[in-house]
Structures are given as C-alpha cells and as structure tokens.
Design a protein around this ligand. Structure first.
Ligand code: ATP
Ligand code: MG
Length: 430
C-alpha cells in the first residue's frame, strides 16, 4: 500500500499543553522530533505550541493539515478534561470516536498491576478515531494514534518525553521511513571567531548565494552564537556521495574566503580545537585569570584528556594575588592599572615561568556592570599569550552582561592561544 501513496516531504509539529505557554515548562519534544525528521529527509516547515483550548487547537491543526504531508501532535492524550488532542483531531477530520476494548483492557491491567481499580475517566484514553492505528505505549497509559488522511499522515504522541521518544522511533522506522522518499539532509558547519556576523556574511555571500540553486541545492544559514559565528550548510539529496562532495567543496571555498578566522570544520568547540593543537604540538599551557574568574581553565579542562597539556592556573582576582601568585610587579599595576596590556603580559609570562608551561595566558578586564571608566569602559579585556617565540598582547572590547563578558573573555583568550600555537607549529614545520 505504501507504494501507491505520495512520499512524505513536509511536516509540522504541534506541541499541546497550556503549561508549555508559561515560564516553567518548555517544549523539548519538538527538538527531538526535528532531529528525527531531519534524519528522514522530511522538511520541518513549522512548529507551534498551543494551550489546552479546543478552538485554538482545531485552528492550528486545520492550518497544518492544509500545508504539510505529516502533522505530529504531542501531548494532551491524558485522561483529564484538559486533554483534548484526540477529540479535536477526530472533530476536524470528521472521524467519529469509538472505544477500543483492547485499550481498556490494557489500561485496566496497568492499574491492576499496582493493585488499583481503573478510574472511569481513563476510558477516554481508549477512544479511537475511526480507521486510526493504535500505537502501544509501554511507558504510560496513553496510547498514540496514527491517522491516514488520504496521502497525508497525522501522528498523535503522548506529551511525556520518555513515552513520546520510543513511540516516535518505532513509527519512524516502520511507517515514516518507508514513505520518506530517498532524499536525506546532509550537513556541514564552519565555526568562525574574531569576525562579526555581518563581516562573515560579506565575505561568503558571493560564494553561498549561487549554491542555493546548484545541484544539489545547498542552503546556508549564518548564526551568531556566544563568542563565535556559525555557518551551517545543508544539502537535500538522494545521492549521499554527491551531497557530501558538494558540501566539502562549498566548505572549502568558505574557509578560503574566511582564512584562519575559521577555526572548526566539524562542529568541535574552541576549547576542543585548542586542546587538539596543544596535544599535537606536545605543548602545555598555564593560565592566570582575573575577570574570567576561572572560566578559561574550566573550559580547557572540559575536554577529556586535557591533563596531557593543562599544567594549571590561578584566579588572580585581586592585585596582591596577581603579584604573589603570577609574579606581576606591584609597581606595574600601580603605573598602568590592573586592566592593562603590561599587566596582562606580566600575568602570562609570570604564570608560564611559575608553572613551567610552553604557553602562559593572562586575562584581565572589567566584567561590569560597575567599575568602568571613560578610558576603560565595562567590557574592556586585555589578553596576553606568552610562548617560546615571545608574547603577544591585545585589548578587546565587548558588550553584554557580566556572564557574557566573562564568556567572551575566555573565548578570545582561547582563540589567541589557538592562533599562537598554530603559528608556532607552522614555523617549526618550516
Ligand atoms: P499523560 O497520559 O501523561 O497525561 P499526555 O499526552 O496528556 O500524557 P501531557 O499531560 O500533555 O501529556 O503532558 C505530560 C507531561 O509531559 C507534562 O509534565 C509535560 O511537562 C510533559 N510534556 C508535554 N508536552 C511536552 C513537550 N512538548 N516537551 C516536553 N515535555 C512535554
Ligand atoms: Mg496536558
């Protein structure tokens, strides 16, 4: 029968539940489902969150039915008055509900196992729209439902993630995959540091614009993430090899345009990339941090195996600690101020010598919200990296909250280490 039906190319997700509209619960089901649909090559065209109101759900469901091949609803399959999904779907599709005795028996058995009688309201969960397929729920009482509407499919899944996930996986394998067509999504990413979103856009727009109409077409999105810009490339194709080749060539051209600001070609984080470079070079690192408060060392040590290259560090927050633990001369601080290039340099060189590391890093800045001056506003960070071929230092300026500025400081410092280690390795290779 699946042969005669049109392939499923597009989908929409509707998460049902008033609690998802408040500030305490968030719709995570759609994230899981988005991933599953992408794996099947079914384009997710929209997702929605709707409260437990009959009219709202009916409107939303009706709209989805008009525009996509597959509508997935999660939640609202419970036994209580506010669980409306089953009712609304049957109304909109004009498929009358009938009680399925097998489901009643199942739910009764679940209660009996816990020594309880099934409350009458649970019978609601046994109501099935005419012609629908019942999907077993081994992890809860609400069964799922699958309704064929011509060539289109409507899938009703329970709200609790631990019930929804295995049910979706079973349906994906048995029903969706055979009808998904042969096209799949393939992806590549390039992560960029040290450039703004618009500068990345400017550099790569001439490259990616024509890709949208190439064969296979490649869709490009540029996202600003904390401390980095992400370029995502997506190809939809029925030919895996062709798609991978097209993506690799697109990525290569983008990297050529961006140069060494492109730091990750496989989605790995900055700390992961820096760790790999240090490990490959057989180098070690030590850090003296002020405004980043230990975040830099924390990120470096987030990487498994970092003990091979991380020597250690100090959080030298107050001036006398900078002097006592990173050997920053007190008169240098008095002369230039704690947030200055000479002090960052002294921190980097001091900690490098103290901890006998290949590279030393010094980070000092003003995380805010107070403490800024006209000459050194909040967000001013001085970063130095000391290594075998000398010390480089720079001052950067960021906007944002205290937490954001701490993150940017750690990201900039890691990026500076990355460039230094890569340059030193290139010099050594000749
Ligand atoms: P039940 O039989 O458990 O009542 P149900 O299908 O009626 O199942 P809901 O009552 O809507 O599900 O939700 C049950 C729980 O699942 C809630 O605690 C809710 O937080 C969680 N949940 C529902 N929808 C989502 C969602 N989209 N993302 C994450 N969690 C969800
Ligand atoms: Mg609910």
């Amino acid at each position: 029968m699946t042969d005669s039906l049109a392939p499923l190319r597009s989908a929409e997700i509707i998460a049902v539940g008033s609690e998802l509209l408040g500030s305490t619960r968030i719709d995570t089901n759609s994230l899981f489902l988005a991933d599953g649909l992408a794996g099947l090559g079914i384009a997710l065209r929209a997702k929605a969150v709707v409260g437990d109101r009959r009219g709202d759900l009916a409107t939303m469901f009706g709209l989805a039915l008009e525009r996509v091949d597959l509508v997935i609803l999660t939640g609202g399959l419970g036994p209580t008055d506010d669980d409306l999904t089953r009712d609304v779907v049957s109304e909109v599709l004009r498929l009358p509900l009938a009680e399925d005795p097998a489901i009643v028996a199942d739910i009764e058995a679940r209660f009996a196992k816990r020594g309880m009688r099934m409350p009458a309201i649970n019978r609601r969960q046994a109501m099935v729209p005419r012609g629908a397929t019942v999907l077993d729920n081994p992890n809860g009482s609400a069964p799922g439902l699958l309704v064929h509407v011509g060539d289109r499919l409507v899938l009703l899944l329970p709200g609790p993630p631990r019930e929804m996930k295995p049910m979706f996986e079973r349906v994906a394998a048995s029903v969706l995959s055979p009808r998904a067509g042969r096209e799949r999504f393939y992806r590549a990413t390039v992560l960029v540091a040290g450039r703004s979103e618009s500068h990345v856009e400017e550099a790569i727009q001439p490259i990616y614009a024509p890709l949208a109409t190439a064969v296979p077409p490649i869709e490009t999105t540029i996202l600003a993430a904390p401390g980095q810009i992400e370029v995502h490339l997506t190809a939809l194709s029925d030919d895996a090899e062709l798609a991978q080749r097209a993506l690799a060539s697109a990525r290569e051209r983008i990297v050529a345009a961006i140069g060494d600001d492109a730091f990750s070609l496989d989605g790995r984080s900055m700390e992961d990339i820096v760790g790999g470079l240090l490990r490959d070079a057989g180098s070690t690192i030590a850090v003296a941090e002020s405004c980043s408060g230990g975040l830099l060392l924390s990120r470096l040590t987030d990487i498994p195996g970092s003990s091979a290259y991380v020597r250690g560090g100090v959080v030298a927050y107050s001036n006398d600690v900078k002097t006592a633990f990173a050997d920053v001369p007190a008169d240098l601080i008095a002369e230039h101020g704690a947030v200055s290039e000479p002090v960052a340099t002294a921190m980097a060189e001091g900690i490098r010598a103290r901890m006998a590391a290949t590279f030393g890093v010094g980070v000092t800045g003003i995380a805010g919200p107070g403490g800024g001056t006209p000459a050194k506003p909040v967000g001013t960070i001085a970063i130095a990296v000391a290594g075998p071929s000398g010390t480089s230092v720079r001052t950067v300026r960021f906007n944002g909250s205290r937490a954001q500025i701490k993150h940017y400081a750690s990201q900039s410092a890691l990026d500076m280490v990355r460039r230094t280690v890569a340059r030193d390795a290139a010099v050594r290779r000749g």
